[in-house]
Design a protein around this ligand. Structure first.
Ligand SMILES: NC(=O)C1=CN([C@@H]2O[C@H](COP(=O)(O)OP(=O)(O)OC[C@H]3O[C@@H](n4cnc5c(N)ncnc54)[C@H](O)[C@@H]3O)[C@@H](O)[C@H]2O)C=CC1
Ligand SMILES: O=C(O)[C@@H]1CCC=N1
Length: 290
């Protein structure tokens, strides 16, 4: 275990205590976002697989971090006394983690899974009878407070408990409520979505290089274009179509590029890619939840 000294700020004793179990890309993004939103490190605990990553995370964040390879009880220690437990391990490991922490959970602790392909019913089978459960589909921009999350409450989750989880997640992004059968679509659009945008940036950089730009210049142009366009789109009432049209002069350069995308079938390709992500979520449900 890596036990850090108490952080300087005073913890808000009314804020929920959150345990982040498995703090890789996704749960690490949420943890960092929650911390940056002003929640005290005193109200959080985390676990990682290795002692080395536990130490790094503890030093970076001031959160108490337990390493599961050094301490077999790491996850149960982190859960003890938590109001909300965020399960952030890979899908294949979620149900085993539910079994592992079951005895340490209080009846009112809300267990939230951010995993693709793990159903509420499967989690309920691996947690104590009546345990409040929430299934969420997040995305990584939550690390900068710009995530988007779907939430779906389980059978024994009260509206108040769902509101607690939504309130927590809304500190690092936008929260939408969806029925469980729509999580596949959320996964296709926003869960996997940041990767599509980064892929576009990568491809723009490569295309710029092909046209003779220095690699570093191409990188800066692609990165600043994609992130700058994201800022424009993030403004209230901004509309993607209107913003696109504002760049596209009649018979100008952009029109040629947009027509090339459309003639090349980008609309169908994007629909196919979003559906492929959703379908993979379905297949994972079959694989891991029976
Ligand atoms: N990466 C993403 O953009 C998104 C991921 N998700 C979901 O988030 C979950 C995690 O995915 P990533 O963060 O991408 O994976 P990751 O591999 O980056 O993170 C998982 C972390 O859990 C740790 N871990 C594994 N077993 C552990 C244990 N027993 N105790 C403590 N720590 C343990 C691993 O060392 C690793 O750091 C998955 O279920 C995925 O479906 C959902 C939406 C988006
Ligand atoms: O690729 C994955 O399986 C996870 C779930 C959504 C985004 N990343």
């Amino acid at each position: 275990m890596t036990d850090t000294s108490a952080p300087a700020e005073t913890a808000d004793a009314t804020a929920p205590v959150i345990a982040f179990l498995g703090t890789g890309s996704m749960n690490g993004s949420i943890l960092r976002g929650v911390l940056a939103s002003g929640v005290s490190a005193d109200r959080m605990r985390a676990t990682t697989r290795s002692e080395e990553s536990a130490q790094k995370l503890a030093e970076e964040t001031g959160v108490q971090v337990f390493a599961s390879d050094a301490d077999a009880a790491a996850n149960t220690r982190a859960v003890d006394g938590a109001d909300v437990v965020l399960l952030g391990v890979k899908p294949y490991a979620i149900l085993e983690l539910c079994d592992e922490i079951s005895e340490a959970l209080s009846p009112g602790t809300v267990v939230v899974s951010v995993a693709a392909g793990i159903t509420l019913a499967a989690m309920a089978d691996h947690l104590p009878q009546g345990q409040p459960i929430v299934r969420s589909m997040p995305n990584t921009p939550s690390s900068v407070g710009r995530g988007v999350f779907s939430v779906t409450g389980g059978e024994h989750t009260s509206q108040e408990q769902l509101d607690t989880v939504s309130g927590l997640l809304s500190q690092v992004g936008t929260v939408v409520n969806v029925p469980e059968e729509q999580i596949r679509a959320v996964t296709g659009v926003s869960g996997s979505g940041p990767a599509y945008v980064f892929l576009l940036a990568e491809m723009m950089q490569k295309a710029g290089q092909k046209l003779g730009l220095d690699p570093e210049v191409a990188r800066v142009l692609a990165k600043e274009t994609v992130s700058g366009a994201g800022v424009l789109l993030s403004r209230e009432d901004a509309d993607a179509e209107a913003l696109r049209k504002a760049v596209t002069s009649p018979n100008g350069t952009t029109e040629q590029a947009i027509n090339t995308f459309l003639d090349g079938g980008i609309e169908q390709l994007v629909a196919d890619a979003v559906a492929a992500s959703a379908n993979r979520g379905d297949a994972m449900e079959q694989e891991f939840c029976g």
